[in-house]
Design a binder for this molecule. Sequence first.
Ligand SMILES: Nc1ncnc2c1ncn2[C@@H]1O[C@H](COP(=O)(O)OP(=O)(O)OP(=O)(O)O)[C@@H](O)[C@H]1O
Length: 298
Amino acid sequence: MSRLSSLPFRLPSRSAGRAPVTRPTTPDVPALIVEDVTVRFAGLTALDGVGFTVAPGSVHALIGPNGAGKSTTFNVLSGIYGVSEGSVRFGEAELTALAPHRIAALGVARTFQNIVLTAGTVTDNLMLSRHTLTRAGFAATALRLPGAVREQRRHLERVREIGTFVGLGASLDTPVALLSYGDRKRVELARALCMEPRLLLLDEPVAGMNTAERVGMARTITDIRDALGISILIVEHDMGMVMRLADEVTVLDFGRRIGGGAPERVQRDPAVVRAYLGTAGDSADDGTAAEPASEETP
Ligand SMILES: Nc1ncnc2c1ncn2[C@@H]1O[C@H](COP(=O)(O)OP(=O)(O)OP(=O)(O)O)[C@@H](O)[C@H]1O
């Protein structure tokens, strides 16, 4: 059965003001369990026995100074890097044994630090994400057979619904090249959502955004969690955003997990503060220090 037709919920539209978010009744979202993951590159241990669990339907932040191993973790979770040791379970599946397309098919979608969009409109970009959910074959689609046309129409409706939900309702037919930076980041987010994920990996979703865009994006991420009940793992350097948004935080430093738990606990953890600010006498002006919590970011 098509995953599109089996969706147990409708996304609330944001076009009529603030979205009335409702939690789906059957969000079939398993925990992501990362256990003792070690990744070695010739002579360098990028991850060293890292473990954490992303609870179903939660926003979990992965933080740490530059080079801590956050991107490596994302690359392991999405099948780009293999592991030297350890396991990553998502429901029944062992992700470390799967190729990226198999992991995506399980409902793990990812955005990237750098925006990678194709030419065309917002809708064109979002429709590209639907191909893994499309049942009609290439020939049926090319020949515009009735079943294929109906399926395409359903995908188009869903894509426009998701686009509107993330705040792109007025730009669905706009070429992405004409969008602001903040809106292009939203297209990336919507494109990942169009894969109907159960786990969303967001790699620095507010990097490069101005304060207003950051606030808007933080709200959208919360809306996604609340409306869809999916899990969200987020790598982000904006500590204000992380502390306000995350249900739980995992902290990495030099490839090791050095702390974790509720944001308020992590913020007070001496090992975490030390990792970000350096030991006494170290300067924190090397770009690795946590940005101060901004009042504007919800
Ligand atoms: N493909 C690779 N080959 C060799 N070393 C790598 C590779 N990928 C990452 N590394 C190294 O692994 C370590 C962790 O890097 P990683 O990019 O995961 O850190 P990060 O926490 O994402 O940093 P940043 O916040 O700067 O993006 C670094 O020392 C990095 O140079």
